[in-house]
Design a protein around this ligand. Structure first.
Ligand SMILES: Cc1ncc(COP(=O)(O)O)c(C=O)c1O
Length: 451
């Protein structure tokens, strides 16, 4: 299997050519209408193997067509992705290099570059020189690892007071509640203000009304800098002050929105982030890297190391070395050096290009809001906030919004699925792809269900 013979060389060319063609094309969007391709699909995992060329052809002609690519310019749902060509090509190199990114012993060079990349992120967030962290698989893993470190510090300071309590707003991402469930912790929900922001004063009022026995189990305040549904940045400065006053950990989930820090003129909106104990941002969302990549940064990485380091005789050689082992900073052990595609792209294009690319998303979201405002069939419901806009067709119910969305996807124009706002169904654009420009948005808004 390991011999690099002529057949494998041929296959390598086919794979590189396929990958190049793929990143140059506008990917198809109508995956759900191609699900029939899966009916009666041949077995591909067989005792003798079907051969690399056949497997690649099957993937190209059948299975890949029953998928949606997040980098289609019309993909405007959830949080899209738009990995740069440089980052995608370097993902092949990361795979080919077989570097274990968990320990300095094995991956020092790769880890050095990942840390340089994390340093850039820490710098734009305003973190001090001692900050550091690790790239994990995604925002869900990042939030869990940060909150586990928060609970570790609480127990280290106060002993075990029972179930941890996290304070968060109802607008926080579902992964915060998921982390709490996994940790058998509780989330106390703090009402957001009229602008959907979690504020320091709202947290103070909720905490003042808590049973003192619950209050002493509060471990952390979780803020969001760019909520998933609405793009709202919480009152980070106010929340940092409350957390500091009470001695709580302050975690900021910037999985989607903190990428906007790449544009210096947007940084003021994130004032207070630099006071966090931990924060995350997902380069696979708005920093133009491929899946799966979340930057998790701690103000004091030593606390995270003590919370997360796994201990075993066979790991002592790594732990005793005193070197920087990325495995020690999150809930994981083996890891690929998944920060390298982002590093390569940053090194190739420079950070100014990132500022420009982020600005494009913000500008296109503004364009979307203007187009909706001036459109005779749509009403603007929310935004633009960061790069998110909500809109609706007056008089339409959830089924009608869904039917329009399904027809749009079937037509290969866009993926724009409904979400909920104040309990009702609305449509949502999240624009991060610089190619999702006014023309793309106008075509989508002008789309009518055939018949
Ligand atoms: C604010 C926020 N936090 C966390 C997540 C979870 O990230 P992931 O899907 O990478 O686990 C998301 C995903 O959209 C998000 O928007």
């Amino acid at each position: 299997m390991h011999v690099f013979d002529a057949e494998l060389e041929q296959l390598a060319h086919e794979i590189v050519r396929y990958s190049l063609d793929r990143i140059r094309m506008t990917p198809p969007l109508d995956g759900p209408t191609e699900l029939g391709l899966l009916d009666g699909a041949p077995a591909t995992v067989t005792p003798a193997g079907i051969g690399g060329s056949t497997a690649l052809r099957e993937f190209d002609e059948r299975f890949s067509r029953a998928c949606i690519s997040v980098d289609h310019p019309g993909y405007l749902s959830f949080v899209p992705g738009a990995p740069s060509m440089a980052s995608v090509m370097f993902d092949l190199v990361v795979g080919a290099s077989s570097v274990y990114g968990g320990s300095w012993l094995e991956g020092a060079g790769a880890i050095h570059l990942e840390n340089e990349t994390l340093r850039w992120i820490a710098d734009i967030a305003g973190f001090g020189p001692g900050a550091g962290g690790v790239f994990v698989s995604g925002g869900t893993a990042g939030n869990l690892s940060a909150l586990a470190a928060a609970r570790w510090r609480h127990r280290d300071r106060h002993g075990d007071r029972g179930r941890a309590v996290f304070l968060a707003s109802a607008e926080a991402h579902s992964s915060v509640a998921s982390a709490a469930r996994i940790m058998d912790a509780e989330v106390v929900t703090v009402p957001a203000d009229d602008d959907r922001r979690l504020t320091g004063s709202a947290v103070e009022s909720v905490v003042a009304a808590l049973d003192p026995a619950v209050r002493e189990r509060v471990v952390a305040v979780v803020a969001t800098s760019g909520t998933t549904n609405l793009g709202v940045i919480d009152d980070l400065d106010g929340l940092a002050t409350v957390a500091e006053t009470h001695g709580w950990w302050f975690h900021v989930d910037g999985a989607y929105g903190a990428a906007a820090l790449a544009a210096p003129e947007l940084r003021a909106d994130f004032a207070g982030l630099e006071r966090a104990d931990s924060f995350i941002v997902d380069p696979h969302k708005w920093l133009f890297a491929p899946f799966d990549c979340c930057a998790l940064i701690y103000a004091d990485p030593d606390l995270a190391r003590r919370a997360h380091t796994q201990s075993a005789g066979y790991l002592d050689v790594l732990t005793d070395s005193g070197e920087w082992n990325p495995s020690d900073y999150a809930h994981h052990l083996s890891r690929r050096a998944r920060g390298l595609p982002l590093w390569f792209s940053l090194a190739t294009h420079g950070t100014d290009a990132y500022a420009e690319a982020v600005r494009a998303g913000v500008a296109h979201a503004r364009t979307a809001a203007e187009l909706i405002d001036g459109h005779d069939r749509w009403d603007l419901v929310w935004g633009p906030r960061l790069s998110i806009v909500l809109f609706e067709r007056p008089g339409w119910d959830a089924d009608q919004h869904q039917a329009w969305s399904d027809a749009l996807t079937a037509a290969g124009l866009g993926l724009v699925v409904p979400t909920k706002f104040e309990g009702r169904s609305v449509l949502r654009f999240c624009v991060i792809n610089p190619l999702s420009d006014g023309d793309v948005l106008r075509r989508i808004l002008d789309f009518e269900v055939p018949g």
